[in-house]
Design a protein around this ligand. Structure first.
Ligand SMILES: NC(=O)C1=CN([C@@H]2O[C@H](COP(=O)(O)OP(=O)(O)OC[C@H]3O[C@@H](n4cnc5c(N)ncnc54)[C@H](O)[C@@H]3O)[C@@H](O)[C@H]2O)C=CC1
Ligand SMILES: N[C@@H](CC=O)C(=O)O
Ligand code: NA
Length: 432
């Protein structure tokens, strides 16, 4: 008997899911062991020509009735947002359906409730598409690394911001025009603020931290978040002058003592020889550093309808196979309860560019401020002279709180006319 799929949402991703299910129906049947059939599609408005080739009778605005319909086996949720997606997924799970979702916002906010409900009902909730689009990342972290101890996960997990920063760096393009282009290409969230202010990446970081460190505690609210709206052409030029590129990274890291984790999303300057520096356009790439496996890198298309639909179809095949075998994964049953520490405790390093008066003693006074906060300077250079002098300093690693205080105190110095650029600098974890 065919396995029936209910699709919630028929936008950028949903339309591609329909296309791929239709086009690959024979292969999918062979891989699952039974055929997959679309049993209904929930949309906001029926009667619109969507070019899906589906029978118009399949479309409904009553998503709740669709997900609880007895003949539906699997629900694919690609509406996005918290409600009604949460209620629909919980209703589906409680009705014994397995779920495939791309909804990182929801999983980051309330994944623990959803996984608990799925365990209770003995069904799967799979969500590979929610982090780094097409890249097989979550299942490798959850399954392949289940026997290892992850120390750090670091990567580019938002395609839209990577696209914008890449355009600004390589073409000198403006922020607004690059965002518009990313929207046209189907990379951006329905509200692109989620991308450019780092909410989307923070949600993905929370999901990654939960899986990598086996803790159910992390939600998007625990993630230190800075978006890219304050990244200026000056920051990009400053990075270039240092042989660096600006990227927005998500970083999830176990503390030195191993008793807490730091989870943060912010722009960084990366040396151009760093593998993440070469990740262009809307591509994503994620490093996972684990005790025994060492350093692993996952790279590929992190956004866009077709690549995201690929991840959804992979999950669809997996949950369909599990249903045929009458089994489920039961995620989230084991919880280490590792807490998230404040960003101030995270060890990082800063790049600081200061507009200063070119006078004797300025450098000494600036160095004194660094030293007073226990921050040692890795390198310093001066650009320009006279009233147009700029001091550019890069620190060694220090607690983020000490670096932030250093910048505040520098800002207050008379001889510092303005702080032209402040950004964290990331390299490999072993670099000082
Ligand atoms: N576009 C992308 O590159 C990626 C998107 N995602 C996620 O996939 C999900 C969908 O994203 P997109 O397809 O890009 O968004 P979209 O905005 O193109 O599509 C969402 C669709 O859901 C419909 N919808 C909203 N509320 C509904 C309701 N109550 N009932 C039925 N339909 C409803 C909307 O009318 C829209 O057509 C989101 O969770 C997003 O974060 C994940 C990875 C990549
Ligand atoms: N808006 C997101 C889509 C994928 O998750 C992004 O730009 O990465
Ligand atoms: Na993925």
């Amino acid at each position: 008997m065919a396995m029936k799929v209910a699709l919630l949402g028929c936008g950028v991703v949903g339309a591609e899911v329909v296309r791929l299910i239709n086009e690959q129906s024979a292969e999918l049947s062979a891989r699952v062991g039974t055929s997959l059939e679309i049993g209904g599609v929930a949309v906001r408005r029926v009667g619109r020509a969507r070019g899906t080739g589906l029978d118009p009778q399949l479309f409904t605005t009553d998503a709740m009735s669709l997900v609880t319909r007895p003949d539906i086996d699997v629900v694919v949720e690609v509406i996005g947002g918290i409600e009604p997606a949460r209620s629909l997924i919980l209703a589906a799970v409680k009705s014994g359906k397995s779920v495939v979702t791309a909804n990182k916002a929801l999983l980051a906010e309330d994944g623990a409730t959803i996984h608990a409900a799925a365990r209770e009902a003995g069904v799967d909730v799979f969500y590979e598409a929610s982090v780094a689009g097409a890249i097989p990342l979550l299942r490798p972290v959850r399954d392949s690394l289940a026997g290892d101890r992850v120390h750090r996960v670091l990567g580019i997990v938002n395609g839209t911001t990577n696209f914008i920063l890449d355009r600004m760096d390589t073409q000198g393009a403006g922020f607004a025009e690059s965002l518009e282009e990313a929207q046209e290409l189907g990379y951006a969230e329905a509200d692109p603020t989620a991308d450019v202010e780092g909410f989307d990446a923070a949600a993905k970081a929370a999901i990654l931290a939960r899986l990598a460190f086996h803790t159910q505690r992390v939600t998007a609210a625990d993630v230190h978040r800075e978006g890219i709206t304050d990244v200026s052409a000056g920051d990009i030029a400053s990075a270039k002058a240092m042989g660096c590129v600006v990227k927005m990274l998500a970083i999830c890291q176990r503390s030195e003592a191993g008793d807490s984790i730091g989870v943060r999303v912010h722009p960084v300057m990366l040396p151009r020889e760093h593998p993440l520096a070469t990740v262009n356009e809307a591509y994503n790439a994620v490093f996972v550093e684990a005790e025994s496996a060492g350093r692993l890198m996952f790279y590929g298309a992190g956004a866009g309808g077709t690549p995201t639909a690929s991840a959804i179809l992979g999950d669809l095949v997996a949950v369909a196979r599990n249903r045929l075998a009458a089994t489920s994964v039961g995620e989230g049953g084991h919880d280490t309860g590792l807490p998230v520490h404040e960003v101030g405790k995270t060890v990082t390093r800063y790049h600081v560019a200061l507009d200063v008066a070119d006078r004797p003693g300025v450098l000494a006074r600036v160095a004194e401020v660094f030293a007073g906060n226990g921050v040692s300077i890795k390198n310093v250079r001066q650009e320009g002279s006279g009233e147009d002098a700029q001091l550019v300093l890069v620190s060694h690693q220090a607690p983020d709180a000490a670096l932030a205080t250093t910048v505040e105190q520098l800002r207050a110095l008379d001889m510092v006319r303005s702080v032209a650029s402040v950004m964290r600098v990331e390299a490999f974890s072993e670099d000082g």
